[in-house]
Design a protein around this ligand. Sequence first.
Ligand code: CA
Length: 230
Amino acid sequence: MNALILIVEDEAEIAAILEAYFAREGFRTVQAQNGQVALDLHLQLKPDLVVLDVKLPKLNGYEVLAAIRRRDDTPVLMATALTDDLDKLQALRIGADDYVVKPFNPLEVVARARAILRRSKSQSEATIIRVGKIEIDLTSHAAIVISDDGRRQKLDLTLTEFRLLAHMARASNRAFTRSELLDACLPEGEAMERTVDSHISNVRRKLESAAAKGYLEGVRGIGYRLVPVT
Ligand code: CA
């Protein structure tokens, strides 16, 4: 499906022009005329990118940006009316991905948006970690074992088990203490260190049933590590 652009702009004429240019380039669009509607639509529709005017009724663009950043990392392209450098810096400092200065060329806005989307796509593609024949996709929270003949078997892990495996996969061969693993996989809980042992043994059993043996090693006096079996 084509990327959805949320256009946040209170001047109807500018919004209509942006919408037309994005639509012509094959994007889907939705409009918000004020900051509060923008936040509601962001929550409901999860747009791929937000084009965000600074001067808006209700909540201004900075407030909207800050609220979006408290939720997630949706790419945001700010449209600043002022040529003031402080304004641009402020936008970037609180987490805008790029900015354009009004009056802008709508073609440039679309080009900037496209560049940001390309960057964010390549970032999310980079969130795949491979350790031996285990593949961990941090974006979709999937752990897959790839067999020698190329078959892909998804492991049925609980969230805690997935976090544990992903944490160890980020630094394969490194030995982790139980307390480090506990912090990584059960940050909200008050679980005891020995609960790590039972999670590890579940992950190990699931890996082994997908024919991935020997990946999780106990390290005497320390804890565990994930080794890339070849
Ligand atoms: Ca405005």
